[in-house]
Structure formats: C-alpha cells, structure tokens
Design a protein around this ligand. Structure first.
Ligand SMILES: *Cc1c(COP(=O)(O)O)cnc(C)c1O
Length: 372
C-alpha cells in the first residue's frame, strides 16, 4: 500500500516552531496592543529587508494590498489596468474595487505568466497600470514588462501573493515594479495564523499614501485627508509573521529541493506530464508545483482514491467565471489560460514533505497515467 500524502499540511510546519510561536502569541496577548503598533512596524522593517526594498506597509489581506497599491498610485475610474485571466479572482476584483477597468491578456504557454508579446497591443490611451501575476511563485518577465511600462509611462504593480522570495535576474518582487503586493493567507509561502498582506515599494510617496489608506486616510488622528479603509494588520499576526520570516529561506530551500525531486522523477514522462518551465534567470519559490496533464479530472480522481491530495490553480480562468461575465470576454478569448484551466494539476507541495512522500506521489501519478 502506498503512502497517503495530503495536498497541504500546515500543522507539521507549526509543530517545528511551536514554542516560539506560542511564547510570541502570549507576549502579544498580554501586551494589550492588538492593532498596528510596534509589532507591525518591526515586521514591516524585516519584510522590507527580505524583499530588498525600502518600505513595507502591513495590511489585513493580499486583496486589500492590491487595492491599496492601485489607489496609492492614483488609479481609479476611467483608467484601464492590464492583467491576466489565469490568476486568483482577487487580482481582477481588486482592480474593480479601485473603479478601474481590468483588461486581460493571455499567459505564455511555457511560463504560464503574462504573455509580454500581447502587452503593447493591449495598451490604449486609457491604460494606466500593468498588474503582472507571479503565478505559482514564478516571476513574470519583469525586465520586458518594465521596459514597455517605462516607454508608455505606466505604473507596474506586481501581484506577488504567491511569490515571497522569488527572483528574476537576482531581483525580487518590488525591486522591479513601482509596488508589489503580498498575501500572508495561511497557505501562502509566508502565512499568518489568520489573514494578512503587505504592499512593498521603494517610493516614499506610495508608502505614505498606502499607510494612510489602510487606516481611514488619516495623516494624524481624526484628520482624514484621503477616503481610506480599515485595512490594518493586527499585532498578533505581525508578531507571528516575524517569527516565521526567520525560517522562510529554509522553507523555500525545501520547496526547491522537493521541486527538483519531482522533476527528476517525472522527467522521463514529459510526453504525458508537462512540467513547469524553469528558465535559468528565474528562481521559482514553488508556492504551487503544478503540472499539465490530459484527462486531468480522471487522473485527479484516481489519485484521490489512492489518498494522494491534489488541487487545481485554477480550473476556471477569471474571464469565464460567472461573476466576471460583465468584463465582456468569452470562451476562446484566452486559449492558453483556458487550456491551463483544463490541464493544470497541482501536486502536494509544502516544505515538510518527505522524499518518500514525493516518491509515492510520482509513482501513483505515473501508474495512473499509464493505465489511463
Ligand atoms: C492569495 C492571492 C491573492 C489574495 O490574497 P488574500 O490574502 O487571500 O486576499 C491575490 N492574488 C493571488 C495571485 C493570490 O494567490
């Protein structure tokens, strides 16, 4: 009987740092300071350093990070913002929250991130910003995106919700774009014990605006200079994130080791199982290890029957979701995103996954494909 493997296991990671997490939580609970404050400021400084940028503004979710970044950059009604349909709906929703119109372009069939060849064609007189998504933890082609953005005078806001520590030519999200947005949802590579997010930037002006926007647009208490939101990060999450940030390089290393093991075990089956591209200039952080596979739903069910957990990121691209039908797109508009939706299969991926578990996943996948 083969080993059962969960898709994701947050408890085993928690157990490796349990004492530190619990003493930290106790300290915050006893402090009486629960929202923003020193714990948040401390985390912001360390996360900015980790990202290699000057400023970090802690927020309550990754979605509000994208919304805040757009507003900080002055984007609103009448503006167009270019992004991709193969992402979590939050990317497109946050653009809608700002009042701007999302314009979608397809993703690249090899890297699964924004197809930069379609970018210039999508730019109109109304275009103000580009939101590339670093899908699964692999950075989009930022050098090309920045070149086009500079030429056209556009703001670039990176959706780095899945890409903590990812690199393109040695630079991380936030070192290319005007702003980058992170999520600390529990399952993300750096996950809170609840909700959290952040905007990072090298611009003092954007950082100052983002700080005001998260706290009702105040520049000082009860003096509201912007129409803001309650998007504050709480002290407990910030303190717990500060603990986990000390381990993220180790965890990312484990994710890369697991990805390498998947690659080595599945490489001979690339006819049937398409593996993620790994261009030399990109350092992937494998938030998700997804393959592309024909007859995906049957394979997923067969793996489930053998107690191998899998997931799909994402089965239906945003333009085909009922709630976003009013964007005006139809089936066939983004053939690559649509094909990925039908063929993506995310294999178990978390730092504590053992070599035997990886072997078990691969054996089950290969034998299922051979029998299918
Ligand atoms: C998780 C995620 C978000 C939203 O982050 P939340 O913290 O859940 O609000 C946005 N974009 C992408 C690509 C994500 O994966």
């Amino acid at each position: 009987m083969s080993l059962s493997v969960p898709f994701l296991d947050l408890v085993s990671q928690y157990q490796t740092i349990q004492d530190e997490m619990e003493s930290t939580a106790t300290r915050v609970l006893r402090s009486g300071h629960y929202v923003l404050g020193d714990e948040v400021a401390t985390f912001e400084r360390s996360f900015a350093t980790y990202c290699g940028v000057r400023y970090c503004v802690g927020l309550n979710t990754g979605t509000s990070a994208i919304h805040t970044a757009l507003l900080a950059a002055g984007i609103g009604p009448g503006d167009e913002v270019i992004t991709v349909p193969m992402t979590f709906v939050a990317t497109v929703s946050a653009i809608l929250y700002s009042g701007a119109k999302p314009i979608l372009i397809d993703v690249d069939p090899a890297t699964w991130t924004m197809n930069v060849n379609q970018l210039e064609h999508a730019i109109t007189r109304k275009t103000r910003a580009i939101v590339p998504v670093h899908l699964h933890g692999q950075m989009a082609d930022m050098p090309t995106i920045m070149t086009i953005a500079k030429k056209k005078g556009l703001v670039v806001i990176e959706d780095a919700a899945q890409a903590h520590g990812s690199e393109y030519d040695g630079k991380r999200p936030g070192q290319y774009g005007d702003l980058a947005c992170y999520s600390f949802y529990p399952g993300k590579n750096l996950g809170a014990c609840g909700e959290g997010g952040a905007v990072v930037t090298n611009s003092e002006e954007y950082a100052t605006k983002a700080k005001m926007l998260r706290d009702w647009g105040q520049d000082r208490k009860y003096h509201h200079v912007l129409k803001g939101f309650n998007y504050r990060l709480d002290a407990l999450q910030a303190a717990l994130l500060s603990v986990k940030l000390r381990y993220i390089e180790i965890w990312t290393h484990s994710r890369r080791r697991i990805a390498e093991s998947y690659f080595n075990r599945l490489e001979q089956h690339r006819e049937r199982i398409k593996l993620p591209a790994s261009p030399a200039q990109i350092r992937h952080v494998y938030h998700v290890y997804s393959v592309q596979i024909a007859r995906r739903d049957r394979i997923q069910k067969a793996l489930h029957d053998r107690n191998i957990g899998t997931a799909i990121h994402y089965p239906v691209p945003v333009h085909l979701q009922p709630a976003y039908a009013d964007l005006g797109y139809k089936k066939g508009d983004f053939p690559v995103a649509e094909e990925l939706g039908e063929t993506f299969l995310s294999l178990p991926m978390f730092p504590e996954l053992t070599e035997q578990q990886v072997a078990s996943v691969c054996d089950a996948l290969i034998s299922t494909c051979n029998r299918d």
